[in-house]
Write a protein that binds this ligand. Structure first.
Ligand code: GDP
Ligand code: MN
Length: 406
């Protein structure tokens, strides 16, 4: 589960990670109030206004139809509501949002932390993630902060340091020092970075995060180390033991069809194609998508209805697929192992009747326990549903269905 920057920063702060302070606002008036409060708290007179969307690259991203960026500096309190107004209600397109962009409903008004001093402020990169291959956590660190890390990885991989952390024993003090040393730090900044990394790892571990990415981590001109940005991804499978964190979910940031699917315990990912598919089992769903492509179609979605498919889940799946206007045919591919094919067939027929106006061809392939009986139920239903037992035949039917559409 992804959360917003302002929420991530609040979590980090609770664990003693120094952050760039900010206050969230939903209107230009609230932005002005937030600016005043920040000045009272921190003494800052410059601010950064930051769009809160679930995607990075905001600084370089543009609000559609304007030249405004998703992160902008406000050199004075009077500029804060103006910049906030330029973002709020707009659609922000970044390299991570896709062309359709994301609507900006909230902005974070933050203190300017790039103030001049004895030394230039310097940006670093830090992330913590799960290293599945090695069964441990890994901290990635780089002196090339503020940049696209994929770019650094491609052109100068030697500038990314990786430190594996054993999840049982946790981050060891020597490891935090090693990272700070690799970043070329010394003196107060070194000590601050060690503290920062230690607190950060503790936060990552405590909230069952799947990923932390702090880009940039800033060394201020007076040698403080703080998080300017914060991307936090929490492991969905651990949310049951973090009820307070589960509440941070922002449904407005997620695809509405995916939200509906997850409410029905369906594993659904929307794609751009024209053939909807409903399958039991993730592996079979992937194979089915391949078959759709081979028969000349493009999958409109990934949908795994799980092992216990019944009339209710089939109906919920149908409704979700049908809400996608690109869908021109639906392929249902069920392997009857635990779930019997006749029960699925009855589920399809019931769901079809319950929904009423389905005007696109539906191809059902049932294989496994009671497959023949399932096919008979479909064929005798009198509905516009074709059935197949062999996947190749189902693919041929899909091909025919989409050829008729074109
Ligand atoms: P992202 O573009 O979505 O990754 O958003 P970030 O939070 O990383 O902000 C983008 C950029 O804004 C940073 O890399 C900084 O260069 C700049 N920025 C962020 N905070 C400040 C600040 O307090 N002062 C100044 N001058 N620039 C800032
Ligand atoms: Mn960033």
């Amino acid at each position: 589960m992804n959360i917003h920057e302002y929420q991530a920063k609040a979590i980090l702060e609770k664990f003693g990670v120094r952050i760039q302070r900010g206050i969230v606002a939903e209107t230009p008036e609230q932005a002005l109030e937030a600016g005043k409060k920040l000045t009272a708290e921190t003494g800052t007179s410059w601010f950064v206004v930051k769009s809160q969307i679930h995607a990075g690259g905001r600084g370089k991203g543009k609000i559609v139809g304007t030249d405004y960026n998703g992160v902008m500096l406000a050199k004075g309190l009077d500029q804060v509501p103006i910049k906030a107004g330029q973002m709020l209600g707009g659609t922000l397109v970044t390299t991570q949002t896709g062309d359709e962009g994301k609507k900006v409903n909230k902005v974070l008004i933050a203190e300017d932390v790039y103030y001049p001093g004895a030394e230039e402020p310097k940006e670093y990169y830090l992330s913590i993630l799960l290293d599945r291959a090695n069964g441990c956590n890994v901290i990635m660190a780089s002196t090339e902060g503020g940049m696209d890390i994929e770019e650094v990885a491609e052109h100068s991989p030697e500038k990314i340091f990786k430190e594996q952390i054993n999840p049982i024993v946790g981050l060891q003090p020597f490891q935090a020092r090693k990272i700070a040393f690799n970043l070329g730090l010394s003196g107060d900044a070194f000590k601050e970075m060690v503290k920062f990394i230690t607190a950060l790892y503790n936060a990552y571990d405590s909230i069952d995060a799947a990923m932390f990415e702090i880009n940039p981590v800033l060394k201020t001109s007076d040698n403080k180390i703080l998080a300017v940005d914060a991307k936090v991804d929490i492991d969905d499978n651990a949310l049951f033991r973090h009820k307070d964190l589960a509440e941070l979910r922002d449904l407005a940031e997620e695809d509405p069809l995916e939200v509906e699917a997850s409410a029905n315990h369906l594993n659904y990912v929307k794609l751009d194609g024209n053939v909807g598919c409903m399958v039991n089992g993730a592996g079979l769903a992937m194979a089915t998508m391949d078959v759709i492509k081979i028969s000349g179609g493009e999958p409109a979605n990934f949908l795994d209805v799980g092992g216990g498919a019944n009339a209710k889940t089939v109906e919920a799946g149908f409704r979700i697929i049908l809400k996608d206007p690109n869908v021109k045919a639906i392929l249902i591919n069920i392997f009857g192992g635990i779930v019997r094919c006749d029960r699925v067939a009855n589920g399809v027929v019931e769901a079809y009747k319950a929904i009423g106006s389905i005007n696109i061809p539906i191809i059902v392939r049932l294989q496994g326990t009671n497959a023949e009986e399932g096919a008979r139920i479909i064929n005798e239903s009198g509905l516009k549903v074709s059935s197949a037992v062999v996947l190749k035949d189902a693919a041929a039917l899909v091909k025919e269905a989409i050829a008729n559409v074109k």
